[in-house]
Design a binder for this molecule. Structure first.
Ligand SMILES: Nc1nc2c(ncn2[C@@H]2O[C@H](COP(=O)(O)OP(=O)(O)OP(=O)(O)O)[C@@H](O)[C@H]2O)c(=O)[nH]1
Ligand SMILES: [Mg+2]
Length: 384
């Protein structure tokens, strides 16, 4: 399937933001979108934000904003317009027609990254399934796109793909989806039987937003060598390792990270990768406390856990990257309310521990700060 490959491709980023959202918030979301694009190999900084309570049903942004985008895109020879939401197939078509530039939505971008990063046959099959499911309702638009490239009406070329071709294509895609599902079903059964052979060891799963340091922590605890890097979705498969703390063995798993607006197609097809989470006795929810949006990220992870049926498990909150934590000194004369951004790490610890009943711990996986305390807490939770 087509991927965003060329490293010199450029993009602009577009978000529609409801009135209640602060500019800071929208920009944080767009920072993430830019990071996603960078991970996919596309560069660009220019952002367009429109404050609307509801996206325009035809072109997502209003006509004036679209004109502004069009001008910029043409003047700067931009390759992609990337939207921070999933667009409907018709919105995508309309925008492409009016701006004459490739349109990518958040879902398409995340799928592209997953496709580029999938290593094992299992991950590849899962991503392919999600991609075809995303493609199916968009087939019509793709043909319109091709027809336009062939140079408009008339001529031999033009007869090209009409509705009948579309029908054939739909059937091919449906057929592909069916085959991929069968293939996945087979692998799933193998994995279930593998898991049942593991014996009665307690199972602990690392979960969290993408890029928070799950794999780094896994490597520290299990002395393993799981791929970790500063990109989104470095991990797409589940790795399981046996870890022993003070003669107590247990299984520790590291898996794909979550993200805001994770495409439903992906949650669907990664169901069994997430089995390890669903069947765990204890979750280690890793948080990147150095990220300005970490509280938002905690909520996204909790919501996703609920969605996959792992919402009610015992959970240890692990606040990672304390080495990189910064806070904003609160200005007493400021009109803004004091928020957790203005907390020192100590204040944050105290407020978190007093307001939540789930146990928490503050560490740096990279610099190995507090890992002994983490091991002791883990052991306590496993044996109680
Ligand atoms: N400063 C700092 N950086 C860290 C720490 N732990 C991990 N990192 C960095 O954060 C980045 C992401 O780490 P990973 O371990 O790949 O994160 P992950 O949660 O497994 O990410 P995905 O697999 O992409 O979901 C890497 O560049 C790590 O070096 C830490 O304690 N402090
Ligand atoms: Mg990882």
């Amino acid at each position: 399937m087509e991927e965003i490959k060329d490293k010199n491709e450029t993009a602009v980023f577009v978000a529609v933001s409801p009135g209640i959202q602060s500019d800071r918030q929208v920009n944080e979301y767009l920072d993430e979108l830019v990071f996603l694009a960078t991970t996919a190999g596309v560069t660009g900084e220019k952002r367009f934000i429109q404050h609307l309570d509801h996206a325009n049903s035809r072109t997502f942004v209003g006509p004036g904003k679209l004109e502004e985008i069009k001008q910029y895109v043409q003047e700067n020879e931009i390759t992609y317009i990337i939207f921070d939401d999933e667009l409907s197939p018709s919105q995508m078509r309309n925008i492409e027609k009016e701006v004459g530039c490739q349109v990518v939505d958040r879902t398409g971008l995340i799928l592209d990254i997953f496709a580029q990063r999938a290593q094992t046959a299992y991950a590849k099959t899962q991503v392919e399934l999600a991609q075809y499911q995303y493609l199916l309702p968009r087939l019509t638009g793709m043909w319109t796109h091709l027809e336009r490239q062939r140079g408009g009406k008339g001529g031999l070329n033009m007869r090209g793909p009409g509705e009948s071709q579309l029908e054939i294509d739909r059937r091919i895609v449906l057929d592909k989806i069916k085959k991929l599902k069968l293939q996945l079903g087979k692998i799933d059964r193998q994995m279930i039987s593998q898991r049942s052979n593991r014996g009665a060891l307690k199972r602990v799963a690392l979960v969290g937003y993408t890029n928070v340091g799950k794999s780094t922590l896994m490597n520290q605890l299990a002395k393993s060598d799981v791929f970790a890097e500063n990109k989104l979705f470095a991990t797409l498969d589940t790795t399981v390792r046996k870890v022993v703390i003070d003669n107590t063995p247990f299984l520790l798993s590291d898996t794909v990270g979550f993200i805001r607006k994770l495409p439903t197609q992906l949650i669907e097809s990664f169901k069994s990768t997430l089995d390890e989470v669903r069947e765990a006795d204890l979750l280690l929810h890793v948080v990147d406390i150095s990220h300005p949006g970490f509280e938002d990220q905690i909520n996204v992870v909790n919501k996703t856990l609920l969605e996959i049926g792992a919402g009610n498990k015992p959970c240890l909150m692990i606040f990672n990257k304390i080495d990189a934590y910064t806070f904003e000194e609160y200005d007493e004369f400021s009109l803004e309310e004091r928020t957790s951004r203005n907390f020192t790490l100590e204040e944050f610890k105290n407020s978190w521990m007093s307001k939540e009943n789930s146990p928490s711990i503050f560490i740096s996986a990279r610099d190995r700060i507090n890992l002994d305390e983490l091991r002791a807490t883990l052991l306590r939770m496993l044996t109680q």
